[in-house]
Design a protein around this ligand. Structure first.
Ligand SMILES: [Zn+2]
Length: 247
């Protein structure tokens, strides 16, 4: 039961012994009955409920949830692949509930994805989406801007590590498919002028909004509180912030 950043060390040390694997497996089952095997499959619905997430932690693009006790729309990804690190196939922290697109990507099992989305030692807050404006008509033409993940606040080692996630999950390519959505945020920025926002705040202060931040979060439909609950919430937040719709 190691933390995400400790998993690889453990894998290297213990991968060698099948006996250790067997013993640990049975210890694991007796340690926490909630995550035991049910027939041949994990009771994944407990994991996602305990994590309290509704969105794939790899891509932040797709909803993941339990439909009922036996059906769900996600899979449990083994962050360190079972083939290469059999010892870790039983670790709770090695199981990442993820959307079928991310878990099913061809070649992922052969690629070492370096950053576990639950690694609290990694500075995810330093990664952000940015708008690359190519032509002046970007506010009504999706071909006139691009969306990129900016890693410039990371160290070189951190950049290299996160780049493996971007490549394995095709993040930048997938996000190009959300340019229509980003266009709406750009157009919202034009529609909600400073004076319009000021008047809205004056009208609803103390009733709908307690402060300007709450009002801007309602306008942009964005808050960092939703990152694990709503698809595209990280993209929405970062682009709205870049445009000045959020502080
Ligand atoms: Zn995903």
């Amino acid at each position: 039961m190691a933390k995400p950043h400790e998993l690889k060390t453990i894998a290297i040390e213990r991968n060698k012994s099948k006996e250790i694997l067997k013993k640990s497996y049975y210890n694991y089952l007796s340690y926490n009955d909630k995550y035991t095997l049910d027939g041949n499959s994990y009771k994944g619905h407990h994991i996602i409920e305990d994590l309290g997430i509704n969105v794939c932690p790899y891509c932040n693009r797709n909803f993941i949830y339990n439909i009922n006790q036996t059906r769900s729309n996600y899979q449990l990804d083994h962050f360190y692949p079972k083939k290469k690190y059999p010892f870790l196939c039983i670790s709770f922290y090695n199981l990442i509930p993820s959307c079928i697109t991310c878990n099913g990507l061809t070649g992922k099992s052969d690629t070492d994805v370096k950053v576990n989305p639950y690694d609290d030692t990694f500075p995810f807050e330093k990664i952000y989406f940015e708008l690359i404006i190519l032509k002046p008509d970007f506010y009504y033409n999706i071909d006139s801007f691009d969306i990129k993940l900016n890693l410039s606040l990371l160290t070189d080692i951190q950049k290299h590590r996160f780049q493996t996630n971007i490549e394995a999950f095709n993040l930048e390519k997938h996000y190009q498919k959300h340019k229509e959505y980003v266009l709406k945020i750009i157009q919202k920025n034009l529609t909600y002028s400073d004076s319009y926002i000021e008047n809205l705040y004056k009208e609803f202060e103390g009733t709908i909004f307690n402060n300007e931040r709450e009002m801007k979060e309602l306008i942009t439909d964005s808050t960092i509180k939703y990152f694990h609950l709503r698809p595209l919430s990280k993209l929405t937040h970062d682009i709205a912030k870049e445009l000045g719709l959020l502080d």
